[in-house]
Write a protein that binds this ligand. Structure first.
Ligand SMILES: *Cc1c(COP(=O)(O)O)cnc(C)c1O
Length: 345
């Protein structure tokens, strides 16, 4: 693959904004370069545009190198930047495999980039040969989500690999939920494939949705393009500090939360299975269950009246009759289950 042939020409040629902090290397006694307020508050200086301290911790934890990491204002920023780096508005397209995460389409629509769709099969697996036959020379990005939202399952590894090897653009694997699955991350395969981008996030297993921090992992050449296009100070100092603190505080909190959620997922699964009202519960490698009910909308509205909110996915392709239920704390799951047990139709 020639990266240059895939990137928008204006982005390839772009001379990026060079921030004051970017240009400065070494020890500064007196910083009069960035028009900041000199009174120290801990936040009066611009943050590190490349977030090197935090990336150092992530690199060590994930066993990859710093120049393979992009950090953004949520994974949503990474999705938007990928589209802006690779897709010429009005000419190029992305390919998605519904039912899947909604932001790929929204970001493409915002950027006036066409969206091609190849549905998953009824067991929520990819249809690789249909994907390859629909993809044309202007199909720049293939978005795969594994474990997939809203279906919850990991995509078959051999099929994903088949696509990475044959798709002529960039394959993006969104692993927002990989911490809840037993499969290894695709980051372990980055060195084999120069057209692979893997996304993860601090929003789910890490319990830090509020700080807005997402990660993309790829070759240093692709990461260089992200760095060229991103707003210079896209990850603020509070966010960087909070994530650094999560690493320095030890990761027990994260691993404990993951085990609680995974064991509650099994319990809720078993209890939902007992209900007359349940038609099917799909296998989940994530922190939610996709459940097909006989009366999904009645359930959705009754739960809502009781102050319990779940996601209605019943009008999504292949998800008719389905609600998506996030696994909560044990007492929250109890409340959901007891409401469901007592519902009359
Ligand atoms: C929740 C989620 C994300 C996370 O997005 P952030 O912007 O990092 O919060 C990304 N991808 C999928 C599929 C998700 O469900």
């Amino acid at each position: 693959m020639e990266l240059r042939d895939l990137v928008r020409p204006n982005i390839w040629a772009l001379k990026p904004y060079s921030s004051a902090r970017h240009e400065f290397k070494g020890h500064a006694e007196v910083m009069l370069d960035a028009n900041e307020n000199p009174i120290e508050t801990g936040l009066n200086r611009y943050p590190d545009p490349l977030q090197l301290k935090l990336k150092g911790l992530i690199a060590k934890y994930k066993d990859i190198s710093i120049d393979q990491i992009f950090l953004g204002n949520g994974s949503d920023e990474a999705i938007d930047l990928l589209i802006r780096i690779f897709c010429r508005p009005g000419q190029d397209s992305i390919l998605i495999t519904p039912p899947t995460y909604g932001m790929y389409r929204v970001s493409a629509d915002i950027n006036d980039v066409r969206v091609q769709e190849v549905l998953l099969d009824p067991s929520f697996e990819l249809r690789p040969d249909e994907i390859l036959s629909v993809a044309g020379p202007n199909t720049k990005l293939l978005f795969l989500c594994s474990p997939n939202n809203p279906t919850g399952n990991n995509l078959d590894k051999a099929t994903v690999e088949y696509l990475i090897q044959r798709f002529t653009g960039i394959v993006v694997i969104d692993e927002a939920y990989f911490d809840f699955s037993n499969d290894p991350s695709w980051t372990t395969r980055l060195s084999e494939f120069d057209n692979l981008v893997v996304m993860q996030t601090f929003s789910k297993a890490w319990g830090l949705a509020g700080i807005r921090l997402g990660m993309a992992f790829a070759s240093p050449e692709i990461i260089g393009l992200f760095n060229k296009v991103k707003p210079p100070y896209n990850v603020n100092k509070l966010t960087q500090n909070q994530a650094i603190q999560a690493f320095e505080g030890g990761l027990d909190q994260v691993t404990d939360a993951i085990s609680m959620i995974v064991s509650e997922r099994a319990r809720v699964w078993k209890e939902l299975q007992q209900l007359e009202e349940t038609v099917k519960i799909f296998n989940s490698d994530s922190n939610f269950l996709l459940v097909r009910f006989k009366h999904p909308l009645e359930i959705f509205h009754t739960l809502r009246e009781e102050g319990v909110v779940v996601r209605d996915r019943s009008s999504t392709p292949l998800c008719d009759g389905c609600l998506r239920i996030t696994i909560g704390r044990p007492e929250e799951n109890d409340r959901l289950l007891s409401l469901l047990k007592n519902m009359k139709f």
